[in-house]
Each structure stands twice: as structure tokens, then as C-alpha cells.
Ligand binder design. Structure first.
Ligand code: CA2
Length: 144
């Protein structure tokens, strides 16, 4: 069972619950992170969360996960999903399994959101389930 799970949130996800609730829901990032911690704790696991608006900081955090006993990563890379070879390379380098999550159904949106640099190396991808997508990914990770 995965014991140490890292949840990574990319750019602008710090705005959750404050703008565009029709697209991204009413929950704040703190609400989501707190709920994930409760779910993980109930299974005796630990769920740490990290958000950054900066690509290099996300790369640094992924690299650090190789040194801190992270068993599983859940990542919503936000817009970097569609642009970042650097984040993909970092995830591939650390060889920690990960689930890619998107709050919205990116396939119902602009075509530039249909391609992800991460999906091909992800264990799985969850789109369109809102904040529940993170919980589903966490429960999957906890079962590994
Ligand atoms: O659906 C998702 O989770 C996305 O990863 C969200 C990204 C978007 O660029 C991806 O295509 C799909 C954008 C995150 C922006 O988050 C906001 C939250 C509240 C208000 C404004 C932006």
C-alpha cells in the first residue's frame, strides 16, 4: 500500500473556490488538501500537498520526491500539462508512479487542452470529476 503520497498542483490552482466556480467548483485548494489528508490518515497513510505557479519549482519538488520516500504522486499540472516537457521529464526521471488529474473535462474544452505531455507516462488519468477526481486518485494510490 502506498504510504506517502504527494499531491502536486500547478499554476493558478491556488485560485480554486475564488473564481470560475462553474468550471472548477466551489472548493478551495485548502479544502481539497485537507480532505485528502483525512482520507489518507484513515488508511494510516500520509498525503502532502504542494502548489506552485512556477514550472521549475514543480520540477524541483518532483526531484525532491525521489529523496523523501514518496510512493505515489497525484498531479494536476494545470496549464503546464499542455506545454511542459520539463515536468514530464522530471516525472519520468524519478520513476514514481503517478495519476494525472484534471478538475474539468479537458476534452469538452479548447483543442489545445486535449493534448497532455504527461498522460503517456501516467499510470492513469482522471478528468471531469471535479475535486472528487483527487479523492479517486488517492484511493487508487492507497490500494497500490
Ligand atoms: O481542469 C483542470 O484541472 C485543468 O488542469 C485546470 C487548468 C487548465 O489550464 C487545464 O487545461 C485543465 C487551469 C487551472 C486554473 O485554475 C483556476 C482555478 C480557479 C479560478 C481560475 C483558475
Amino acid at each position: 500500500m502506498a504510504q506517502n503520497i504527494l499531491v502536486l498542483h500547478g499554476p493558478n490552482l491556488n485560485l480554486l473556490g475564488t473564481r470560475e466556480p462553474d468550471v472548477y467548483g466551489h472548493q478551495t485548494l485548502a479544502d481539497i488538501n485537507e480532505h485528502l489528508q483525512v482520507v489518507a490518515s484513515a488508511s494510516g497513510a500520509q498525503c502532502l500537498a504542494y502548489q506552485s505557479n512556477h514550472e521549475g519549482e514543480l520540477v524541483d519538488r518532483i526531484q525532491a520526491s525521489a529523496r523523501d520516500n514518496t510512493d505515489y504522486i497525484i498531479i494536476n499540472a494545470g496549464a503546464y500539462t499542455h506545454t511542459s516537457v520539463a515536468i514530464r521529464d522530471a516525472l519520468a526521471a524519478v520513476r514514481i508512479p503517478f495519476v494525472e488529474v484534471h478538475l474539468s473535462n479537458v476534452y469538452q474544452r479548447e483543442t489545445f487542452r486535449h493534448h497532455s505531455y504527461l498522460s503517456a507516462i501516467a499510470k492513469g488519468v482522471i478528468v471531469g470529476l471535479g475535486a472528487y477526481g483527487y479523492e479517486a486518485a488517492l484511493r487508487f494510490a492507497l490500494a497500490q
